[in-house]
Design a protein around this ligand. Structure first.
Ligand SMILES: NC(=O)c1ccc[n+]([C@@H]2O[C@H](COP(=O)([O-])OP(=O)(O)OC[C@H]3O[C@@H](n4cnc5c(N)ncnc54)[C@H](OP(=O)(O)O)[C@@H]3O)[C@@H](O)[C@H]2O)c1
Length: 263
């Protein structure tokens, strides 16, 4: 039997066998793309997909008969729900090999990304941080025991290049940008603590590229068709990036094509 030490330093993709994966925010968009991708991945034995509300989770719940899939309700902004979900996971899986948080928020009927300081609203800013930043650090807090038990695991969140401080040349979108920058700082800090407590867990931030989902829909007009990926393609591309990771990549930020991004 292979021990964790035998495989240390090898790419995650080569170490994934009979894997148990959790996709948070799997009702639609990139998260649902990941669930579909993982369900046909022969290295994956169990996929957990979370959804916040039945109304938008039709695509995920339509797959619920799949023997490998377990659908779990979760509002990722609610710590008690994350704790309860973790307890449920622990009754079904000894460990998690892959956690992908795809929860994200850019606009709603009442909140639009700010074009200038005049549009700044404190409640809207809080909402961006509540959905885009905080769930990841809560998930890291509760899921550590399950990730630690795996001989090789990945903990990742779908971030956005727009959250890179050094890459910010355009300005605007204050709340979304800052919440993704905060998310990136959470991931970097989680990577440092996990390095001590769960050295076989790779923590990474991923930029998916512009993907045709509800979140990006109002902005598609300005995106050339070849640069607008269907969610299935994004999931495939990001899974290739995840597969290529080793422990030395923990605490790093990658684009959909595997290129490193500056924090
Ligand atoms: N699409 C792009 O071009 C693009 C580019 C860069 C980064 N991203 C990032 O990629 C990630 C996925 O976005 P997407 O494009 O797939 O958007 P999407 O289709 O709008 O999906 C967002 C997901 O987040 C879930 N969600 C929102 N608030 C939640 C909450 N409080 N609790 C639990 N789940 C919640 C949604 O659930 P409901 O169905 O219940 O709302 C949905 O499953 C986001 O972090 C986004 O910022 C996307």
């Amino acid at each position: 039997m292979m021990t964790a030490d035998d495989t240390f330093g090898a790419k995650f993709g080569a170490r994934l066998h009979n894997g148990h994966a959790l996709v948070v925010g799997a009702s639609q968009g990139i998260g649902l793309g990941f669930v579909k991708h993982l369900l046909v991945d022969p290295r994956v034995e169990r996929v957990y997909g979370t959804y916040r509300q039945i109304e938008t989770a039709g695509g995920l719940l339509a797959l619920a008969d799949h023997p490998q899939l377990v659908c779990l309700p979760l509002d990722a902004t609610d710590e008690e729900q994350i704790a309860a979900m973790t307890a449920q996971l622990q009754t079904r899986s000894d460990c998690l090999d892959l956690v992908i948080n795809c929860v994200g928020f850019l606009h709603s009927a009442t909140i639009q990304p700010e074009k200038s300081l005049r549009q700044i609203n404190a409640d809207h800013l809080l909402r961006y941080f509540q959905v885009n930043s905080i769930p990841t650090v809560l998930l890291a807090k509760y899921l550590l025991p399950l990730l630690k038990t795996s001989s090789a695991s990945v903990f990742t969140t779908i971030s956005a290049k727009i959250g890179s401080i050094s890459d910010n040349h355009l300005g605007g979108w204050y709340g979304y940008r800052a919440s993704k920058a905060a998310l990136n700082m959470f991931l970097k800090t989680i990577a440092i603590e996990y390095h001590r407590k769960s050295p076989h867990t790779i923590v990474a931030a991923l930029h998916p590229g512009t993907t045709a989902t509800r979140l990006s829909a109002p902005f598609h007009r300005t995106v050339p068709p070849e640069k607008l990926f269907p969610p299935a393609r994004t999931a495939q591309q990001l899974m290739a990036v995840i597969d290529s990771l080793t422990e030395t990549n923990s605490g790093e930020f990658f684009s959909w094509d595997g290129s490193p991004l500056p924090w």
